[in-house]
Design a protein around this ligand. Sequence first.
Ligand SMILES: *Cc1c(COP(=O)(O)O)cnc(C)c1O
Length: 427
Amino acid sequence: MTRSEAIFEMAREVIPGGVNSPVRAFGSIGTNPPFIRKADKSRMWDEDGKEYIDFIGSWGPMILGHNNDIVREAVIKACADGLSFGAATALEVEMASLITAIVPSVEMVRMVNSGTEAVMSAIRVARGFTRRDKIIKFVGCYHGHADYLLVKAGSGALTQGQPDSLGVPQGCTKDVLTATYNDLNSVEDHFKAFPDDIAAIIVEPVAANMGVVLPEKGFLEGLRELCDKYGALLIFDEVITGFRLGIDGAQGYYGVRPDLTTYGKIIGAGMPVGAYGGRKDVMSVVSPLGGVYQAGTLSGNPVAMTAGITQLSILRDHPSYYEKLNQKSDIFFTSLKEVIKESGLNLTLNHVGSIGSIFFTDQPVVDYDSAKTSDTAAFARYARYMLGNGIYLAPAQFEAMFISMVHTDDELAYTLAMAKNALASLK
Ligand SMILES: *Cc1c(COP(=O)(O)O)cnc(C)c1O
């Protein structure tokens, strides 16, 4: 038995499923999770000393690579001043100033501790500001695990949301309307049915939680127009795309301005951080300024702020890092497309910037239904092969592959070679 296997056995006794987040389980690819002991740059090592090229990057935060010297030293220095005060700090103001300077649509911002919290809070603000209750979300978009956002694949337009998880009362989801990604008609139908009741549309501007699904031309613009027409707010959930597609995220990349934006992942550089922000008039409803209550004992934690500020400052000061990252990623994904073609398998590859997904289907993947046509058993064999050869991919079909600024050409070439072998083994 390997050390990881032994730890997993113990873990399952004391942690449900042995993991603190279901995406860390490797059950869906038919194997056990390697327990990771340390990471540096683009590499990770498990408890057995096996080395991996990491294409998750903590699900996004490690855009500069693991264990960045400047971020690490800043955090160590911050720790010496105390871990938490539960009081106002200049660091929080620095973080807020940094974010509002980087992202034009974000005029005011609140820090929280996770992406889930950011989205919950943004939706409460949208409801409080508009005095409306209903929201529209897209099937296959993930916005954290708040009760009312765990809404199942909708069975068609205008149906009421059905809870996707046990423990979510039916009543929680009655104001959640589900629409189809890239289908503006499915959105407008809801507005026609409830013209005065919809507080907001929440959307991943690039969907990255049903695998990577790109917004078709006009989709995000169309959402903006519908929100303006019906007096609803547009919320971009940029927990993955924020500070990744470019310094100003998907909204900068696609040139569509939301009213509110939610952040997580990259914003904390690996520390548990989230944030939500947007128009000043909208954010002014947040307590103690306004009547929408939202609070957090550890929000704006000085160590976490230091990590976030340091990473965001590096990213802001080096626009060329994004140019190189996106160029390197584009070459990688284009080559991967070539590898797929040569394999004779008819698969779909979606990618933008430094995120992408192979779908084991021959159909174009534009929404949840088309994503679901993927052969997940074939994906599992592919991912297992890659893992066995030291390439750490997300252990599920419906996740993204993340490339960091420190992945080397050699590592990417090795990954392509292994992908070629993996696909050959599937035939
Ligand atoms: C990860 C994610 C969340 C939830 O963030 P947590 O920090 O895991 O709570 C919300 N929205 C999107 C788009 C995400 O990818």
